[in-house]
Design a protein around this ligand. Structure first.
Ligand code: BGC
Length: 520
């Protein structure tokens, strides 16, 4: 049966026969657990550094210094660059692993990258959980970081490749949903494990990450690799069989042929890194691979994810109440992600970005203003209960806005805009930029808060305004467009069309013919 054609913004895109089968859902679910281990570490990071027995064991000097410090200015908290560096080490390790992930994903496939990532994480989490000195702890953290980097590289790519184009947004956002579940699980584990008598609860919290990571490693053995990846590695017979299996129809000729053509184009590229970074052909896509993760971190989301308990304590909550508040924001984060799951393939990526961005700007201005009105520039005074409630409320509105815009789109867009030839390399760029700025924001947050005071929220608000304008003007809509037909969206775009290089010249046609001959 030939594929149907759907009209999308006056351009006709193919829809291939097939449906969302059980195996696609299962495979996407397993791959999306990668988000869970990433989110778990984002949430765990803040908990660990405020756990006294953990600090006494590994950072005794910092613990003593922190205890001695008398806080007179609410904006200026105790800040140890060394302790923050320890937290950042995980994200920097993930950043490094992301570069290796490109090669592993290309040579061994998405499935084995997930397996390796899950296994590295399990080993690191166990090592961290039983560590009795700092080198062991650090080694565990670096391994966990490598596991995160590998898995979050392969997961969005894998999902975007196995999902049918019509449901790609929905299935890909499972990855973001799992990130939010991981963050929430960590907030709860932090809280519960701190209640374990004897001061070793943190070991449970650290080692617990091995559970979802084990699911990824074992699950990876049970799922098929993506047909794209199989074709790319020359196993066309298995690729055809897998495609038929995941689409649930016998005749997948058309989609298979298109994938094979895309693969021939990919094979014509000798050095994908050179092609991606210096070939000049991917300027539009590369702009998004770099700016989307950069902007995602500049929304300031991880200020809330890492520092919600610190922030809520600043506005006058007691220890328990501030932990509960981070569970509240974590819950809002999870449930708001469903809005994106339900709507990304219907209203499109742009609408979510624009609505979510506007909502975030407004709530950031309000949160900054509430804090400023109570603490002023000096950071002295106390916040009334009503004000504190308003702040929590608008932090939740902000988190909700993020959860259906920059959160999921930050991973979806970079995974769906590239042709096969440079897709894995481009994903390495995205993961690396994301990890670098996650670490960077974590590193500078306390200094920024001390200097910018309530203006910190205006600072991030201004960034969100800038990125929302960027999206409004420059992001083409990608909903429902098959990944391998994505080139059209750039050719049609008022700005990017100037940068699109037509590859159908004689040389590449010749090259394609040669490769087709070799393949047959
Ligand atoms: C971001 C994380 C963030 C999380 C919050 C993810 O998309 O990459 O940095 O902590 O969303 O839900």
């Amino acid at each position: 049966m030939p594929g149907a054609v759907i009209v999308h913004h006056h351009t006709r895109y193919k829809t291939y026969p097939g449906e969302v089968t059980g195996i696609v859902v299962f495979s996407c679910l397993i791959a999306s657990v990668a988000g869970c281990i990433f989110g778990y570490d984002i949430g765990l990071t803040s908990g660990l550094t405020s756990t006294e027995p953990f600090l006494i064991k590994f950072f005794p000097t910092i613990y003593e210094e922190r205890k001695k410090q008398v806080i007179t200015n609410q904006y200026c908290k105790f800040d140890s660059q060394f302790l923050t560096m320890f937290c950042s080490s995980l994200f920097l390790s993930a950043m490094t692993a992301a570069f290796f992930a490109g090669g592993i994903t290309r040579s061994f496939g998405r499935k084995w990258t997930l397996f390796t990532g899950g296994s590295a994480y399990v080993t690191g989490a166990c090592l961290g959980g039983i560590s009795f000195n700092f080198p062991m702890l650090l080694a565990g953290r670096l391994l966990v970081g490598a596991g995160v980097g590998l898995s979050i590289h392969a997961s969005p790519l894998y999902i975007s490749e196995v999902a049918p184009a019509q449901q790609r947004g929905m299935l890909n956002i499972l990855f973001q949903l799992m990130i939010t579940v991981g963050i929430l699980t960590a907030s709860m584990t932090n809280y519960l494990s701190s209640k374990i008598p004897g001061g070793w609860g943190w070991r449970v919290a650290v080692a617990f990450g091995a559970v979802p990571a084990g699911v990824i490693a074992l699950g990876a053995l049970a799922i098929p690799d993506s047909p794209t990846s199989l074709i790319q590695r020359g196993d066309t017979a298995t690729a055809r069989k897998t495609l038929a299996q995941i689409r649930g129809v016998g005749d997948v000729r058309e989609e298979f042929d298109d994938l094979s053509t895309a693969s021939q184009d990919a094979m014509a590229v000798e050095s994908p890194w050179k092609e991606l970074l210096f070939g000049g052909k991917y300027k539009p896509q590369l702009t998004f691979s770099i700016l989307v993760p950069f902007f995602q971190q500049l929304t300031g989301i991880n200020v809330i994810m890492f520092y919600a308990p610190v922030l809520f304590k600043t506005v006058g909550f007691k220890q328990n109440a501030s932990l509960v508040s981070s569970v509240i924001t974590g819950t809002v984060n999870v449930f708001s992600t469903f809005v994106a799951i339900m709507t990304a393939d219907k209203v499109g990526r742009r609408a979510l970005f624009l609505q979510g961005g506007t909502q975030m700007i407004i709530s950031q201005i309000l949160v900054g203003t509430f804090i400023g009105l109570q603490f002023g520039m000096s950071g002295t005074g106390a916040i009334s209960e009503q004000y504190a409630m308003c702040i929590v409320l608008f932090v939740c509105v902000y988190v909700a806005g993020f959860a259906w815009s920059w959160g999921p789109m930050g991973w979806l867009i970079p995974s769906e805009i590239y042709p096969m030839a440079v897709r894995t390399q481009a994903m390495s760029v995205t993961v690396a930029v994301n990890m670098f700025f996650t670490a960077f924001i974590g590193q500078i947050f306390l200094t920024l808060l001390c200097h910018l005071r309530f203006g910190l929220f205006y600072f991030f608000g201004a960034w969100v305004l800038l990125m929302t304008l960027f999206i409004a003007m420059l992001l083409p809509e990608t909903k429902n467009v098959p990944v391998d037909e994505m080139a059209h969206v750039w050719k049609k775009h008022w700005f990017w069309r100037k940068f699109v290089v037509d590859t159908s010249d004689a040389r590449s046609a010749e090259m394609r013919k040669r490769i087709a001959l070799e393949m047959s």
